[in-house]
Design a binder for this molecule. Structure first.
Ligand code: TMP
Length: 235
C-alpha cells in the first residue's frame, strides 16, 4: 500500500489518499479543539491512543455485527480505512445526563436516563452542528429513511456493546458521538471512538476520563487518556 498526497486535514486527523481508490490512510494528531475550534491545545500522546483505541473497539463491534471502515492498523498513529462518503450527521447516544443535554433540560450531570436516547446533529461547523431530527435529515436530503433506520439500529448496538465492554473496565459510558459513511451503497461505522468522542467516567469515583477535562480545564488531561488506554489492556 502506497501513501499518496493529503486529501484533507481535520481538527484531530489528517487523511491521505493511497494507490487504491477505495482506501485511505487516517493519521491521528495530538491537536485538540473544543467549541468549534475556538479553544485549541495539544494533548500529548492522544493521537496514538485514539488510533489504537478506535481500532480495538471497531474490531469488537465488527464481531458484534456492526460493519466499520477499519482495514488495518499501520502504526501507532495511522490506520488504513475504507474510503466512505460521510453521512453529515453526528449520531449521539446518551445513557446518563451530561453536557448539552443536562444544560438544555436544566438537569444535573450523571442522572441515569430511563432508557438510552439518540439524537442527530447536522455536521456543519459554521452552524455549530445544530440539533435536528430524522424528518429534517430526510427533508434536507442528508440521508434516506432506509439509511436512517440502519444508522439508528447500528447506533444502539454500538451503545450496548460499548456500555458492557467499558463496564467491564470499571468505566461508565455516559454518552458518545459516532459517524457513519456510505461504502459501495452500504452504511458502515466510520470516524473514531475515543475519549475525544465519548464521555467516560470511572464507575466508582465518577472521575471524568475524557475530553471534558480539556474542554472544562479540569487538569490531568493526558493522565485521563492514558488511564483509559491502560484499562483497555492493549500492549
Ligand atoms: P454534548 O453533550 O456536548 O452534546 O456532547 C455529546 C457527546 O458527543 C459527548 O460524548 C461528546 C461528543 N462530542 C463530540 O464527539 N464532538 C463534538 O463536537 C461535541 C460537541 C460533542
Amino acid at each position: 500500500m502506497e501513501k499518496r498526497e493529503q486529501l484533507y486535514e481535520g481538527k484531530a486527523k489528517k487523511v491521505f489518499l493511497t494507490d487504491d481508490p477505495d482506501l485511505l490512510i487516517v493519521s491521528y494528531k495530538d491537536d485538540a479543539t473544543a467549541f468549534d475550534g475556538q479553544k485549541k491545545g495539544t494533548i500529548v500522546g492522544k493521537g496514538a491512543i485514539n488510533n489504537r483505541m478506535t481500532n480495538h473497539i471497531f474490531k469488537l463491534l465488527e464481531k458484534e455485527g456492526v460493519p466499520t471502515h477499519l482495514v488495518e492498523e499501520l502504526n501507532d498513529r495511522e490506520t488504513l480505512v475504507k474510503k466512505v462518503e460521510i453521512v453529515p450527521l453526528e449520531v449521539i447516544i446518551r445513557n446518563f445526563s451530561a453536557g448539552s443535554f443536562a444544560k438544555k433540560l436544566g438537569m444535573e450531570e450523571g442522572i441515569k436516563l430511563a432508557c438510552p436516547t439518540l439524537e442527530f446533529s447536522y455536521k456543519n461547523d459554521d452552524l455549530h452542528d445544530p440539533f435536528i431530527n430524522s424528518y429534517y435529515a430526510l427533508a434536507l436530503n442528508l440521508a434516506t429513511q432506509e439509511e436512517i433506520d440502519t444508522i439508528t439500529k447500528y447506533a444502539f448496538t454500538v451503545n450496548k456493546v460499548m456500555r458492557e465492554y467499558f463496564a467491564s473496565l470499571g468505566i461508565e459510558l455516559i454518552d458518545f458521538k459516532i459517524e457513519f459513511g456510505r461504502y459501495h451503497g452500504q452504511i458502515i461505522l466510520a470516524d473514531e471512538v475515543s475519549p475525544d468522542t465519548c464521555r467516560l467516567w470511572d464507575k466508582e469515583t465518577h472521575e471524568k476520563l475524557d475530553k471534558d477535562r480539556f474542554r472544562r480545564d479540569l487538569g490531568n488531561v493526558e493522565d485521563a487518556y492514558q488511564e483509559v488506554f491502560r484499562r483497555l489492556g492493549i500492549q
